[in-house]
Design a protein around this ligand. Structure first.
Ligand code: ZN
Length: 239
C-alpha cells in the first residue's frame, strides 16, 4: 500500500514547544508509526509546490493522512478539489485532530464541522464503542492519554456511518472521536487525538489505530461506477 502523510508543518517551525515534541514534524512521527508495516510511506507539506500533492503523487496514493490547523485557508482550492476527486475515485482519507476544520473535510461532510475545545491538559479516554470494527483491532476497552486538548460535543458532522471511538475528558465533556464515512468509492476516517503540543503520535495504541485505519481505508479493486445517460442492456420492446 502507498501511504501519503500530509501535514501543514507550521506549528513545528514557529513554536519551540512543538518542535521539541515533534523534531521530525508531526508527519515524521506518523511516518515512523508505519516503519516495519511493509507499506510505502511518503510525506507532503503545505510549503511544497502543489502542497506536495501533485496529480502523480495522488494517483499513486492509496491512503492519504491529513493534519492541519492554523493554515487551512492557505490550502488552494485546486488541491482540495484534486483530493476530493481522488476520494470519490476510491482513495482512503484519514483526517486527524484539527483537520476537522480543513477545507477537504468540510467539503466531504457538508456541515460546519465545528466543536468546542479547551487546552487544559485534560486526561482523555477513547472508549471503543464498536469492538468488532477493524480499526479497533488490538485495542483494549479504551485508549488512555494522560494529557490532551479537549474537543467536546456538539461536533457538527453528519451522523457517522460507523462510530468506533467515543472520548471522555476529565473536565466532563464527551466527543465522537473515531468516525467513518463513505463518499463515492472512497472511505474516510476521522480520528480526534493529536494536538501538536502533546506526544500523542508516539503512543503505541494511537499508532495501532493509524495503521488499522490505513488498512481499513485502502481502496477496493473496482472501477469507478458509470453515471449519466446510458444505453439499455436489453432490447426494450415497443409499446
Ligand atoms: Zn489542537
Amino acid at each position: 500500500m502507498n501511504i501519503t502523510i500530509w501535514n501543514e508543518n507550521k506549528h513545528e517551525k514557529m513554536n519551540p514547544k512543538v518542535s521539541e515534541v515533534y523534531p521530525e514534524g508531526i508527519h515524521g512521527a506518523i511516518a515512523e508509526a508505519f516503519e516495519g508495516t511493509g507499506h510505502t510511506v511518503r510525506t507532503a507539506t503545505l510549503e511544497q509546490p502543489e502542497h506536495g500533492l501533485t496529480e502523480d503523487v495522488l494517483k499513486e496514493t492509496d491512503v492519504l493522512f491529513w493534519w492541519g490547523h492554523m493554515a487551512h485557508h492557505e490550502v488552494s482550492e485546486e488541491i482540495v478539489n484534486r483530493v476530493h476527486k481522488r476520494v470519490l475515485e476510491g482513495m482512503g482519507l484519514v483526517v486527524l485532530h484539527s483537520g476537522h476544520f480543513s477545507k477537504i473535510f468540510k467539503k466531504l461532510m457538508g456541515t460546519s464541522c465545528d466543536l468546542k475545545w479547551r487546552e487544559a491538559d485534560d486526561r482523555e479516554r477513547l472508549w471503543v464503542v464498536d469492538p468488532s470494527h477493524p480499526i479497533a483491532e488490538g485495542i483494549g476497552e479504551y485508549i488512555e492519554l494522560e494529557k490532551e486538548e479537549m474537543y467536546g460535543e456538539h461536533f457538527d458532522i453528519p451522523a457517522p456511518d460507523q462510530l468506533v471511538f467515543v472520548s471522555w475528558f476529565e473536565g466532563g465533556e464527551v466527543f465522537r472521536s473515531g468516525c467513518t464515512y463513505q463518499r463515492g468509492n472512497g472511505k474516510i476516517f476521522y480520528f480526534r487525538p493529536g494536538h501538536e503540543t502533546y506526544p500523542t503520535y508516539y503512543n503505541k495504541e494511537v499508532r495501532k489505530v493509524l495503521i488499522n485505519a490505513a488498512n481499513w481505508a485502502k481502496p477496493v479493486d473496482r472501477s469507478y461506477p458509470t453515471y449519466g445517460n446510458v444505453k439499455p442492456l436489453e432490447t426494450i420492446s415497443p409499446k
